[in-house]
Design a protein. Structure first.
Lengths: 291, 418
């Protein structure tokens, strides 16, 4: 009995040791980034050859952060990214979940073919459609404060609209909805609920985990956008954080400022993830479990 | 009272009409994120806008690493500005692609400019630079003298044999991790910019510049193979760190005394002087038989093909290339002013200035990268060949592969108009 207990403890200790080691692999880059953001360039580079890279040692200060704000309009870039990302995520979750609802719960002709076609778009790399998409948005009309205009370049909506409909988000919702008990929908319909009421009052309230998962994945994809905003925002006023990162790569790269900027722009991602963490983990944990 | 009112109204109207009469010129520049450069450029634009009443220049800045893609996207969308800047070796491609139009500057206006600052394509001037950059061998006088190595001069650079012997001597001391740092960590345009001059000094090149229609025989000929063997020997004999070098080692190795010599640009010269003071030397490229050579051409101003106001755009560029502005740019950025008269106005490049040698290096050894639209394809192919050879590939195979790919690209593009 004592031997079994000792083995069990040893096994637990080994498991935790392994988990800690894996966690460190993921945490160290973030620690390195934050620590490096506090050091002058030469010290930062020298420390990369030792464990000092992960420690707040030497000439520590916030100078790189102040310099980063002097070099680039950091607050503007963060604001732009958060604005574009938030709107896209919100609208995308709404529309993609409704699309998935129709694929799963409504019977209409060609449903399976359309779903297959939507999912097939997952294998099309964005780079292959970037130029045609640029030519399209450059000739699209828009009604805004300036009345009817043509061409979407240098706007927020050019960074939002093309990303609202998204096959991955639809796919995630479809997979989740398929596992929900059909009885719920049927009961609501028998009680006289419209399809939209079924969607809004029955399905959405029990879809927290998939909403969190889709929101996090969409948030990351949008927040990390580089090529598309680079192509469509020639005006600094609309640039997002990833294009802004290039401001720091001059002939002599200011690595400390790069790390300070990266630390700053990582904060919104961390906050968003932490806010949805519980639901996200619930979603991952339920993967593969059939209802 | 009424008279005063109408008088004021009339004056205001006249003034505002004057302002409205100014035609707006849009300008794109690659320097976003460089406050010192921005300050000088904005100063030039303000001076220009105030100096006349016909044109007003509006600046839009882009980060350098994203600039070329932004211009390409804008060209596709028909959204190019009036004035743009272009990296020298890319200019022929932009001209050939229809992004730029010839620059209507007189020859007198650019007569004193460094060759690397003048962008010509098919006999026409397309762009002009306010500065150039130059590469040198960074060294310490004390290290060379302790090891009995001759200090080369512009008039008498090291021969290839002398250079190789110097590397062997420095390696034999055991005092350094490597005798030479080439900057292999920087796997970007640095490779063709910094290393193709070695190939040219051996007698090879990226393309046959007589015809610009083939690389066969120059990139894979005898001279190129000799270069390839020498290049591979640097890494096989542990004379220089290879492609696995990291940027931290590149940036600190020479300053920390772990590399005896370093092949580096003038933009990193001031920290080296700060570290080593009078002991610091900037040496010319070695001569491998066809003259000592370094890369030339940096960013330059031009007029976009879309511009409806090439006369205004040209007027701005002509205004911007005054010596006082070239000097201001140099003082702000550390780069080499494009004329000797401007150099005399600068802190670092004036006679006796601590970077004076770089002006002469640029003037005497600067070699343009191939002036062809196909250069943007050659550049990554040559970079790959150099990396492959450094990593142990057969030099003949690597250079043959690059030659074939370059020739195929040229054929695919109908010889790029040659």
């Amino acid at each position: 009995m004592a031997l079994t207990t000792r083995r069990s403890r040893l096994s637990t200790a080994l498991r935790y040791a392994l988990l800690v080691a894996v966690a460190l692999v993921f945490v160290f880059p973030i620690v390195f980034m934050v620590m490096s953001s506090l050091k002058p360039d030469l010290q930062l580079l020298r420390d990369t050859t030792s464990f000092n890279a992960f420690l707040p040692v030497g000439d520590i200060s916030l100078d790189n952060y102040f310099a980063a704000f002097r070099r680039a309009p950091v607050a503007l870039f963060v604001f732009n990214s958060i604005l574009v990302t938030s709107i896209t995520v919100a609208v995308s979750l709404f529309l993609c979940s409704m699309a998935a609802f129709s694929f799963v719960f409504l019977n209409w002709k060609g449903r399976d073919v359309v779903l297959a076609a939507v999912i097939a778009t997952l294998i099309v790399p964005f780079e292959t459609i970037a130029i045609p998409l640029l030519l399209v948005v450059n000739n699209l009309p828009w009604i805004g404060p300036n009345g009817l205009t043509t061409g979407w370049l240098n706007t927020y909506h050019v960074q939002i609209v093309p990303w609202i409909a998204d096959a991955l988000t639809i796919f995630l919702f479809v997979q989740y909805f398929k596992d929900l008990p059909k009885d719920l929908v049927e009961a609501a319909r028998i009680d006289g609920a419209t399809w939209f009421q079924v969607y809004a009052r029955v399905i959405v309230p029990i879809s927290g985990p998939v909403i969190a998962t889709a929101a996090i994945l969409k948030f990351l994809a949008m927040y990390n956008q580089y090529l598309w905003p680079l192509m469509v925002t020639q005006s600094e006023a609309f640039r997002p954080v990833m294009v802004g990162l290039q401001y720091f790569f001059q002939l002599n790269v200011a690595w400390g400022e790069v790390m300070a900027y990266l630390s700053l722009i990582t904060l919104p991602v961390l906050v968003f993830y932490l806010a949805l963490q519980r639901a996200f983990i619930a979603s991952i944990a339920s993967t593969g479990i059939k209802g | 009272m009424k008279l005063a009112f109408f008088g004021t109204l009339g004056l205001t109207t006249a003034l505002s009409t004057g302002v409205m009469a100014q035609t707006e010129l849009s300008m794109w520049y690659h320097g976003a994120g460089n406050p010192a450069e921005r300050e000088v450029l904005v100063g030039i634009i303000d001076d220009f806008n105030a100096s006349q009443s016909d044109w007003v220049v509006r600046l839009q800045e882009f980060p350098q690493a994203a600039y070329n893609d932004s211009v390409t996207a804008a060209a596709l969308a028909g959204n190019l500005p009036d004035i743009l800047d272009v990296d020298g070796p890319n200019m022929p491609n932009w001209a050939w692609s229809g992004y730029m139009q010839p620059l209507q500057l007189s020859e007198d206006a650019i007569a004193n400019f460094l060759p690397g600052a003048i962008g010509r394509w098919q006999g026409e001037l397309y762009s002009i630079g306010l500065w150039d950059a130059a590469v040198a061998i960074f060294a310490r006088r004390s290290v060379l003298e302790e090891n009995g190595i001759r200090v080369p001069t512009l008039d008498e650079p090291w021969t290839g044999d002398e250079f190789n012997a110097a590397l062997d001597t420095l390696k034999a001391t055991g005092d350094f991790d490597y005798p030479l740092d080439l900057g292999m960590a920087d796997q970007s345009e640095w490779y063709p910019y910094a290393f193709s001059p070695f190939l040219q000094s051996f007698g090879g090149d990226l393309i046959d510049r007589e015809t610009y229609t083939s690389a066969d025989g120059v990139l894979n000929g005898d001279a190129a193979l000799e270069f390839g063997d020498w290049w591979q020997g640097l890494f096989q004999n542990d004379l220089a760190p290879g492609t696995s070098q990291d940027m931290a080692a590149r940036e600190t190795g020479f300053l920390d005394g772990r590399y005896a010599l370093q092949w580096n640009g003038n933009w990193t010269a001031l920290p080296a002087i700060e570290k080593y003071g009078d002991d610091m030397l900037f040496l010319p490229a070695p001569d491998f038989g066809n003259g000592p050579k370094i890369g030339a051409a940096s960013w330059q101003f031009g007029v976009s093909a879309n511009s409806d106001h090439p006369d205004g755009a040209t007027a701005f560029i002509e205004f911007a290339i005054q010596d006082k502005y070239l000097a201001a740019f140099s003082n702000a950025t550390g780069l080499i002013p494009a004329t000797s008269t401007a150099a005399a106005l600068t802190e670092n490049y004036k006679p006796g200035g601590q970077l004076e040698v770089f002006y002469e290096l640029s003037a005497q050894q600067g070699e343009l990268r191939p002036v062809t639209p196909g250069y943007i394809v050659m550049s990554p192919l040559f970079r790959k060949a150099l990396a492959d050879i450094a990593n142990g590939a057969d030099p003949a195979d690597a250079l043959d592969a690059a030659t074939d790919a370059i020739d195929a690209d040229i054929a695919r593009n109908n010889n790029y108009g040659f």
